[in-house]
Design a protein around this ligand. Sequence first.
Ligand SMILES: Cc1ncc(COP(=O)(O)O)c(C=O)c1O
Length: 382
Amino acid sequence: MRRIDKIEPFRVMQLLERARQLEAGGRHIVHMEIGEPDFSTPEPVLEAARRRLDSGQNFYTPSTGAPELQQALSTWYAGQYGLDIAPERILITPGTSGAFSLIYAVLLEAGESVLLSDPGYPCQRNFIRLAGGEPLNIPVGPATRYHLSAELVETNWQENTRAALIINPSNPTGTLIDEEELALVSAACARHGGWLISDEIYHGLTYGVNPPCALQCGHAESTIVVNGFSKHWAMTGWRIGWVIVPENLIDPARRVMQNIFISAPTLSQFAGIAALGAEREVEVMRQAYDERRRYLLDTLPGLGFDIVVEPQGAFYIYANVRSLTDDSRAFCWDILERAGVAITPGEDFGVYQSVQHVRFSYATSMDNLKEGVRRLEQYLRK
Ligand SMILES: Cc1ncc(COP(=O)(O)O)c(C=O)c1O
């Protein structure tokens, strides 16, 4: 099969398209399928961007990023996690999506594999395939809080495996990996001479817990951390993220960056510096997400949505719908058509027990969530 033929579409987009069609025909749809903050970017960030725009200084930055943002992130890591990270190790990318294309291009030779959790964020499989690699999707469940464990890494590591990926908190489950387990996963990767890649894009969006940065757990010299401004700072459209690499990867990464995107968007990089100072605004959003999370945790189980591990991060709830259907895809489509509520079927996140699961996103207002729950209740009563 040609590489491009292995690239899968985001299936939920079809559901979203149908939802938009229904809306165009006058129906009101409650959107609980979209994984994008419903908040606008905080005002101080907008102000900083306006100032930068007016300055006329919107040329390319160095490929690895504006030194001012690299320095600001280095300071931010010291404040948030007590980590001392040299600014030049923090490479600025167009979204974390840009960071992943970059990292897999740097790390993978054709046919080399990366261990991923199933269920997991679907784009990862495709990033790896585009770099010529092989995603190894490992079934995970409640026993490991839907994360890879050190044992799973050990048993599934192949001769040609180069890395294991942890997304913490997880999309689609919102669950966190135990701190000790993360250290053990890091040690397992190091033992095999491979990398731990940690996607921390939902850090900061956690409720009652503060997960450590993977660089604080275990083997920092073989750990790569990816993060970005999209979720915590509500900046999806700014396309700005970063990746922290060890010294020896800076040069190879720079060569790839020079070629594939020259530099991340300059305006967004300077907006990012302001975002790091917008703590108050970000905290207001976090509290709103937490309130919505608690509302759904209180109401969904009563409707038959079984939430086996309490999600403590991101804005997702992954629910088992075994008692309601044996085909979550047909179930989600029917709910859309008949109840006007959009949720994501498990098939978007993998194959393991996907027909038994759906993902709710609570990146929408409390009023919408209440209306969504009311409609689901009515639909399920019939
Ligand atoms: C786990 C995870 N990683 C990465 C991304 C990509 O984010 P962006 O490219 O906007 O930084 C997403 C987006 O939904 C995500 O859920």
